[in-house]
Design a protein around this ligand. Structure first.
Ligand SMILES: C[S@@+](CC[C@H](N)C(=O)[O-])C[C@H]1O[C@@H](n2cnc3c(N)ncnc32)[C@H](O)[C@@H]1O
Length: 452
């Protein structure tokens, strides 16, 4: 897959933040001008150089992202275009006024009306290729074959446009990374293991449509208020939610004005989260990703809420923590909750199983009854829940059994793991598992740890 990012005269992502760093080495990142820009470089030079770039990318045969002087119609008219196995375009746009400010700051040529005209043409071209074709066709490099535009209907249906006017360079890089990960990852790279194989609840992969079925059990708003008060206390501005599910925390925090990206192991849940953000007109970004590996970086805080780390075995939790360190700014925070192994007495486990035994009605009229019974392996810290689901609809019934396993921890264990892997614990307290309210008889642990 080749990704092309058109940046009018590269005013962006050339300083401060490297997109390559944000992408964490998964995709080769190139700057169009790396081949050297001769004095008086013109349309012909750009068009011939586009073909040289395509030849290189085809020969490399690896995922790559090319940034810079990319004109969609020219790329498509290059001889090597047909040899690519896939291509996606994104246009980084900016308001006229801000464009001129950035060019002036960069102290380079082009802070003039010609540049604004070129930017306006580029914007039109990427949305409507029929617009003003003479701009690139007149005096074009004779290696281009513009007839392919008419022969093959291979113009992309739409080109992603990111308006960078109000974004910092690091925010632009994050949004570009988001575009790359969310729209361009082939399904084959996503996990195909079933919930049963992973010991996960069935609502993550098999029945994601029921993840959000209204239930009195989950007091999400209460939890979100607690998380936000912690973020406020430490003056956090940007948050990466590495186990976002259908976006319970991401949407709440984005509405409160935080810059938030949500990631989750389950692409199905991420899709629901993304659709909700769109419907509710909330600007938040989502991507599939495993908290052990996902690399976006540059955040003030990472969160994993609602026992999400319990889905990892201990050694994988350590991998995740080390990865979280890499995604945080210096001094950044990791905030998470997990059930407290020391607090899970037999009585607590029984009461919790009873509370999680419930009946819900979905929007499509399906009744879901779950009977849960849990046991604990205290030596290894595994809380094992046997769920017996009954799905009823239109007089028909389907039964599904699901065993999910949660790795839980003591407070000391968490502190040790964190301090051995690049964190210093700032706060840790016992809390009610359903509301996160501080409560000495609660059986959750809330931890706030600082990188460094
Ligand atoms: C209980 S849900 C919580 C979701 C959300 N934070 C909420 O409060 O609604 C736990 C989430 O962890 C995700 N998860 C499990 N293992 C993961 C991993 N290795 N990386 C990222 N997410 C993971 C699951 O897909 C699920 O969405």
């Amino acid at each position: 897959m080749i990704l092309m990012i058109s940046v009018c005269r590269k005013v962006l992502i050339t300083s401060g933040v490297s997109l390559a760093d944000v992408l964490g080495g998964d995709i080769n990142v190139y700057d169009f001008d790396d081949i050297g820009v001769p004095e008086g470089a013109d349309n012909k030079w750009r068009q011939e150089s586009s073909e040289k770039w395509l030849e290189k990318l085809v020969n490399d045969g690896e995922d790559a992202c090319l940034l810079g002087q990319i004109v969609l119609g020219e790329i498509m008219a290059c001889p090597s275009f047909a040899k690519l196995d896939g291509i996606s375009f994104c246009l980084l746009d900016v308001s006229d006024f801000e464009r001129i400010q950035r060019l002036k700051k960069r102290n380079t040529y082009g802070a003039d009306q010609n540049m604004l005209n070129w930017a306006a043409w580029l914007r039109m071209h990427h949305q409507n290729p029929a617009w003003g074709q003479h701009v690139i066709k007149d005096g074009a490099w004779d290696g281009l074959d513009f007839s392919v535009w008419d022969k093959e209907a291979h113009w992309p249906e739409s080109v992603t446009i990111i308006d960078t006017t109000d974004l910092s360079i690091s925010e632009v890089a994050k949004q570009v990374a988001q575009w790359i990960y969310s729209d361009n990852m082939p399904d084959s790279e996503r996990s195909t293991m079933s919930s049963e194989e992973l010991g996960l609840p069935i609502f993550y992969q098999e029945f994601p449509e029921y993840f959000d079925t209204p239930s009195d059990i989950y007091l999400t708003n209460d939890k979100n208020e607690v998380i936000e008060s912690l973020l406020q206390k430490y003056a956090i501005k940007s948050v990466l939610d590495m186990a976002c599910g259908t976006g319970a925390q991401v949407l709440y925090l984005a509405e409160k004005g935080y810059t938030v990206i949500g990631a989750d192991f389950s692409p199905q849940l991420v899709k629901i989260a993304r659709d909700k953000a769109k419907q509710q007109n909330i600007s938040a970004w989502f991507t599939d990703g495993d908290m052990r590996e996902l690399s976006i970086s540059g955040f003030d805080a990472v969160i994993t809420i609602d026992n999400a780390i319990g889905h990892l075995v201990k050694s994988d939790f350590e991998l995740a923590i080390r990865n979280i360190v890499n995604n945080l700014n210096d001094g950044g925070l990791y905030i998470f909750d997990i059930l407290n192994l020391d607090a899970m007495t037999d009585d607590v486990i029984k009461a919790d199983s009873e509370r999680m035994t419930d009946k819900r009605i979905t929007a499509d009229g399906t009744t879901i009854i779950n009977i849960r019974s849990s046991t604990i392996d205290r030596d290894d810290g595994y809380l094992i829940s046997e769920n017996n689901f009954t799905f009823q609809k239109d007089g028909k019934e389907k039964k599904v059994k699901n065993k999910s396993i949660l790795q839980i921890y003591t407070m000391d264990e968490l502190r040790n793991i964190l301090s051995n892997n690049g964190f210093q614990v700032l706060e840790q307290y016992k809390a009610d598992a359903y509301t996160f309210a501080a409560d000495d008889s609660g059986y959750s642990i809330i931890t706030v740890a600082k990188k460094g």
